[in-house]
Design a protein around this ligand. Structure first.
Ligand SMILES: O=C(CO)[C@@H](O)[C@H](O)[C@H](O)[C@H](O)COP(=O)(O)O
Ligand SMILES: [Zn+2]
Length: 196
C-alpha cells in the first residue's frame, strides 16, 4: 500500500472539489454572508449547529464572530448550540437526541436571528428539527450541506440560503464547509467594516 500516494490523492481530490465548488457556490455564499450581516446590523445573532466534524465547524464559526476573524473589530453575537454539555445531555436524556438543537433554538431564537445549520448529508434529524424550530421563531436559515442536499433541502424556504457542496464524500464536503465559513466571516467583516 503506497500511503504517500493515498495522501497525495486526498490533497488532489480536495483541490478538485474546491475548484468545482467555486463557480457554483460563490453566489449563495455571498448572499448568505449578506443575510448574516443584515441580521447583525438589526441586532440579531447567529446560532449554529451540526454533529461531529460539523459541530466543530459550528464552534469554529461562532468563535470567529465572538472573538475575531482577520480584522480588528468588536465581538459579534454568535452562539454554537453544540457546547453546553449539561443542556445537551439533559435534553437528550429527558426528550431525545433529535431535540438537542431545536429546544435551544426555541428558547434562544428571535426573528432577527439566523440559524447556521450544518450537515454534510443534509439528513441529520436534530439539524432538520433545528431548522423547523428556527422557522417557527421567524428566523432565516443558512444551510450548509452536500450530496443531494438530503431532507434539509426540502425544509429550506425562499427567505433562506442553501449552500450545497457538489461532492459525495463527507471529508471533502467538510473541507469546503470550512472554506465557506471563512468566506462568510470575510463577507460579514467587509460589509460591517469596509475593506479597509
Ligand atoms: O467528521 C466526521 C467525518 O469526517 C464525522 O464526525 C461526521 O461529522 C459525523 O459522522 C456526523 O454525525 C455526520 O453527520 P452529517 O454531516 O451527515 O449531518
Ligand atoms: Zn471529519
Amino acid at each position: 500500500m503506497d500511503l504517500q500516494a493515498r495522501v497525495r490523492e486526498h490533497f488532489a481530490e480536495s483541490i478538485r472539489t474546491k475548484q468545482a465548488a467555486e463557480s457554483e457556490l460563490a453566489e449563495p455564499v455571498t448572499r448568505a454572508g449578506q443575510l448574516m450581516s443584515q441580521s447583525l446590523l438589526n441586532e440579531g445573532k447567529i446560532l449554529s449547529c451540526g454533529n461531529g466534524g460539523s459541530a466543530g465547524d459550528a464552534q469554529h464559526f461562532s468563535s470567529e464572530l465572538l472573538n475575531r476573524f482577520e480584522m480588528e473589530r468588536p465581538g459579534l453575537p454568535a452562539m454554537a448550540l453544540t457546547t453546553d454539555s449539561s443542556t445537551l445531555t439533559s435534553i437528550a436524556n429527558d426528550y431525545s437526541y433529535t431535540d438537542i438543537f431545536s429546544k435551544q433554538v426555541r428558547a434562544l431564537g428571535r426573528p432577527a436571528d439566523i440559524l447556521l445549520a450544518i450537515s454534510t448529508s443534509g439528513n441529520s434529524e436534530n439539524v432538520c428539527r433545528a431548522i423547523d424550530a428556527a422557522h417557527e421563531r421567524g428566523m432565516c436559515v443558512v444551510a450548509l450541506s452536500g450530496r443531494d442536499g438530503g431532507r434539509m433541502a426540502e425544509l429550506i424556504g425562499a427567505q433562506d440560503v442553501e449552500i450545497r457542496v457538489p461532492a459525495e464524500r463527507t471529508a471533502r464536503i467538510q473541507e469546503v464547509h470550512l472554506l465557506i465559513i471563512h468566506c462568510l466571516c470575510d463577507v460579514i467583516d467587509t460589509t460591517l467594516l469596509g475593506s479597509g
